[in-house]
Design a protein around this ligand. Sequence first.
Ligand SMILES: CCCCCCCCCCCCC/C=C/[C@@H](O)[C@H](COP(=O)(O)O)NC(=O)CCCCC
Ligand SMILES: Nc1ncnc2c1ncn2[C@@H]1O[C@H](COP(=O)(O)OP(=O)(O)O)[C@@H](O)[C@H]1O
Ligand SMILES: [Ca+2]
Length: 546
Amino acid sequence: MEKQPRLLSSQLSLQNRVCDVTLNCVVLTWKERETTKKRVSGSFLGSSRAAGSHCVPVCEIIAVQETTEACQSNDAGRWQMVPQQPSESEQHAFTVSYVERMRGHRWRCSEVTFHCTDWRLCQQWIQTIKEQLSQLTSRPKSLLVYINPYGGKQRGKWIYEHKVAPVFSRASISTDVIVTECANHARNHLKKEADLKKYDGVVCVGGDGMFSEILHGLISRTQCDSGVDENCAETLVPSALRIGIIPAGSTDCICFATVGTNDPVTSALHIVIGDSQPMDVCSVHHNNTFLRYSVSLLGYGFFGDVLTDSERKRWMGPARYDISGVKTFLSHRYYEGTISFLPAADIFGTPRDKIKCRSGCSVCQKQSTEKLTEEEREGSYGVWRVTRGKFLAINAASMSCACPRTPKGLSPAAHLADGTTDLILIRKCSRLDFLRHLLRHTNKDDQFDHTFVEVHRVQQFRFTPKHWEGGSELDLCESKNRLFGQICRQQPVCGCAPAHSSWNCDGEILPQTTIHVRVHCQLIKLFARGIEEKTVFEDPYTLCAV
Ligand SMILES: CCCCCCCCCCCCC/C=C/[C@@H](O)[C@H](COP(=O)(O)O)NC(=O)CCCCC
Ligand SMILES: Nc1ncnc2c1ncn2[C@@H]1O[C@H](COP(=O)(O)OP(=O)(O)O)[C@@H](O)[C@H]1O
Ligand SMILES: [Ca+2]
């Protein structure tokens, strides 16, 4: 890697130890100088990390500020470092706050305070670091924050005030905060009222349902401002504003699948450093009319029924999904219908690939840089295929849908930003087989390796339930009784099972069942970077090899 010219290099004191501190355009490093160690009673003070070299990429520095507090003394241990500078020299200090990686993809805001002999040198360090930070133009300065006070365990407000606001304030980000008063408050405000020119991004404090509101508000506003009709547009205009997600809901799958953890402080830090992760958005249509957008799961059958049942149990909080999950599993309902889909070309891979979408994913980047060859582009226009049958579940995962319930996700190899969605068809099978399939979401076994599971990577798909074929949604309502009689004969186990399920669209129930879904590649951007490879956590110093 190219060596960067030094901007500053000084001997500064850190907890009474002398360090060589260096700043270039890319990293801040500090290395403890060799110190005299006084042996007191058989062991040495200081961990190898404390005595070693530290390195923080400039892009992961949160802030720098002059420190006014009293200097700390470090002679409480059994071993004592002999200071190489007189203590009266430690009158001027500055503190650097930076991202530190913890286990499980979590980030924390750590601080290091350097002391120096000379006021001017101290100011020079503060000024130079500030200048470096000011050049990071992708960082937001002003954010519009929406909090759902009733999402998840109803801790959205508390989480924002105690975990997130202090991080934003440390990074000098200004915020306008709206605590929502009813469902669709955030969506309507974004769509019609918000003065979006004032902001560099929108922050959602809540779950997937709340995120969905903000997504809809922002996309609709962008189309409206650009004169694009959401009902018929094949191409939608990407939104200029990024969305940050502070997880405070029940599933929080969009946060988990784009950051690797559901941790408010980690999300706040991704926002502060101005990360950017493009994301595919599916538009769902019925009879050529736009219904909704989806970024994670569109699920008919099992996941639709779980959601419908769980809505009546909202008072239980996140536990409602466990109760409804068990209930829906036991009811073992299947649904008949026809799925037609437009497969993605071979270059997009398959849902059974071993390679996963990770930070800086080359498959997704290929889409963003539009580096497809003519041949690849030609090959990406496929031929529609049709399949019909009885299904326990029909799922479309536009991203892995990883969440604490299934850390590898519903479709572990799905990509965040490749312009495709993974269609997962679970055909009618025994309860035991379905249980085996579900359990595999929680362990290392391949949940697609069953004869009754079919997977396709697609650009578009349509679904028509059997009793709809050749008719309209209204036809069903009119002939409801006749149909229910027929279906109960087909599925005697349920007593009086409904003929149709509902679509679970990112946690919202869709009223229509006959749908046409189209993927819009990288329509929005999040303040995230995708899940980082383990190596970044194991050896953060690889980042600093400059
Ligand atoms: C016997 C072991 C069963 C294990 C099953 C594991 C499968 C879980 C897959 C979960 C996929 C989640 C996809 C995301 C869905 C969310 O959009 C939606 C709304 O979230 P929120 O607004 O935060 O409440 N959540 C759900 O639909 C919950 C599905 C839970 C199913 C058990
Ligand atoms: N103030 C509010 N009162 C009632 N519902 C709200 C409010 N704000 C948002 N909502 C709705 O609450 C639903 C669930 O929100 P979400 O934050 O996803 O929580 P959860 O993950 O627990 O479902 C969303 O559909 C959203 O539209
Ligand atoms: Ca995708």
